[in-house]
Write a protein that binds this ligand. Structure first.
Ligand code: NAD
Length: 550
């Protein structure tokens, strides 16, 4: 029988140095970091990797392999992941449950040390491999891969270790005669982490963060990010996660989640992905509620329809850069991407020609080439979906495509950066998450700023990010007030993407998720099942009370 070891889950005098964000390397052509990464891209690109399930530290043989290819060169096969079935999921759950007893009793600073070691591997030994697999497998440019796969991943690992230290240090007072202790245990059961294709760092966060808090995990990364996810798993093992603490299962999301959500020891879910899938998973959890030993903690960060709201006093140069970077970097496939812009007629007269000119200069192509600003969208389904939205706009009165509007799938899944003017404020392009390089613009009369703010708030079901552009402070204050529930992250005079861990924690409300803020202690707290312990040094020896007159 194992003794209670409070060091596992309560404070101790262990300090973790205040983390700093991982510096972003520039990758100028010919620089040492660019030369090194180019060599790694060639090495990875010449391989066809096996991407097996990793359960209890074992790599399972590949069954019914599914090809993974480069979105910008779909004939280029980079590897094969294994198909999944219920038996694989059961094995992953059993491994997680078996590892739980020891891992949850491991002192928290030992667990944190594994994350801190992983951060060093991410920012050092594995930096090039993580960047190269993210560039090839998810079609990210040098800069987009670096800020995600290297920097944000390292930041999540380092900052989460520090947030955990803060949580464990939160203890109740112990006056004379008694001793009180807050035991921040992990959840009772296993945690299911289901992660999206668009950020390698989200896969790293949602698999390691519950483990940091003493949980054991079944991790289902996106099959569209299988290549970089496998590198992360190697990092986790080398950093020292014991077998069974994080179990990697590739493949079809519904197969994995249907099985996992039926299990009595399903204790929590860390999901990031689309709103429709999250709602399905919530419904399935509700349908199974009577099977569970506890009420599972459900965390989901989902879609967005992020607005850029421009006041007549705005700095036009700043708006231009925010739209170019915010809407089109990584092909508009960031959950936080600018996808609708509200621009006063006076500003639009100056901005429109400059926006079109800049977009016509943008290079869309192979992201491993230095001059490329945009790679391909993630797969054929995405290219088809975006092509259909463009066609719908072309065929619907009140919509004008002023630049872009073409899809070319011969070599890769390429969609040109596209700007669609929508006259009606309730147009589908202003409401639906299209998740690609399509920016919807609604031009409003300068005098209708007040009403436009209400339109922005009321138009979409989402509330993830938004940007306000103005130099007039009264207008900024007014917009912050009217838009207080419109986004979980509001930027003033900045693009709506690019949250930095430790400074702007990420998450949204309404249809965008449970708003638990990835990159903050709030998220870690959701994976804690707290117990208070009181020890009485002077227990009473009589059961009666003074008021009873005895
Ligand atoms: P997705 O919903 O298609 O997939 C997310 C995960 O769910 C993947 O692991 C996938 O395999 C799995 N999945 C897919 N279908 C499933 C099903 N029927 N049952 C169970 N699991 C299933 O999302 P995606 O295309 O990978 O990512 C893009 C979406 O994620 C966008 O909507 C974007 O806004 C959102 N996103 C949100 C945030 C945020 O922080 N709010 C961050 C990144 C991405």
């Amino acid at each position: 029988m194992s003794a209670f070891r409070p060091s596992a889950t309560v404070a101790a005098a262990v300090a973790i140095t205040e983390p700093v964000n991982e510096p972003v390397k520039e990758y100028r052509p010919g620089s040492p970091e660019a030369v090194s990464l180019q060599a790694e891209i060639v090495r990875v690109g010449n391989q066809v990797r096996e991407l097996p399930h990793v359960i209890n530290g074992e790599r399972l043989p590949l069954v019914d392999p599914v090809a993974v290819s480069a979105p910008h060169d779909h004939a280029h096969v980079l590897g094969h992941y294994s198909a999944v079935d219920g038996a694989v999921v059961d094995a992953a759950i059993e491994a997680a449950l078996a590892a739980r007893a020891d891992w949850s009793r491991t002192p928290w600073w030992d667990r944190a040390a594994v994350l801190l070691r992983a951060a060093e591997l991410v920012s050092g030994k594995y930096r090039d491999e993580l960047n190269a697999t993210t560039m090839l497998g998810q079609s990210k440019t040098f800069h987009q891969a670096e800020i995600d796969a290297a920097c944000e991943t390292a930041d999540f690992l380092r900052f989460n270790a520090s947030f955990a230290a803060q949580i464990y240090a939160t203890q109740p007072p112990s006056p004379a005669g008694e001793f009180n202790l807050l035991d921040h245990k992990g959840l009772e059961g296993f945690v299911l982490s289901v992660t999206p294709f668009n950020f390698t760092a989200i896969g790293a966060n949602l698999s390691t963060m519950p483990a940091l808090m003493g949980n054991t995990v079944v991790w289902k990364p996106s099959e569209k990010a299988a290549l970089s996810s496998q590198v992360l798993m190697t990092v986790f093992e080398e950093a020292g996660f014991p077998p069974g603490v994080i179990n990697l299962v590739h493949g079809d999301g519904a197969t994995v989640t249907d099985r996992a959500l039926q299990h009595e020891w399903f204790a929590g879910m860390a999901f990031t992905g689309s709103t429709a899938i999250f709602r399905q998973l919530w419904k399935k959890t509700a349908a199974n509620i009577e099977r569970y030993r506890s009420y599972p903690r459900i965390v989901g960060e989902t879609g967005g329809k992020n607005a850029v709201v421009v006041h007549p006093s705005a700095d036009v140069d700043a708006v231009l850069v925010a739209l170019l970077r915010g809407a089109f970097e990584f092909q508009g496939q960031k959950c936080s991407a600018a996808s609708r812009a509200y621009i006063p007629r006076s500003v639009w007269a100056v901005l429109e020609p400059r926006l079109v000119e800049a977009l016509e200069q943008i290079t869309v192509g192979d992201p491993t080439e230095h001059e490329t600003f945009m790679g391909a969208v993630i797969d054929q389904a995405a290219a088809n979906r975006l092509g259909a939205a463009i066609d719908q706009a072309k065929n619907t009165p009140g919509h004008t495509i002023i630049t872009g509007g073409t899809v070319d799938t011969e070599k890769g899944w390429f969609v040109q950066p596209t700007v669609i003017i929508a006259e009606a404020p309730d147009s589908f392009v202003l409401q639906k998450e299209l998740f690609g390089p399509l920016l919807a613009v609604h031009v409003y009369d300068d005098a209708t700023w007040d009403d436009t703010l209400k339109v922005v708030d009321g138009t979409s079901e989402y509330a993830l990010t938004c940007s306000i552009f103005a130099t007039d402070r009264t207008a900024i204050g007014q917009a912050l007030d009217v838009l207080r529930d419109t986004a979980g992250m509001t930027y003033v005079n900045d693009k709506p993407t690019g949250a930095l861990i430790g400074r702007q924690s990420f998450g949204g409300g309404r249809g965008s998720g449970t708003n638990d803020k990835a990159g903050s202690p709030l998220l870690l707290q959701r994976f804690v099942n707290a117990r208070y312990v009181k020890e009485n040094f002077n227990p009473p020896h009589h059961w009666t009370y003074p008021y009873m007159g005895q």
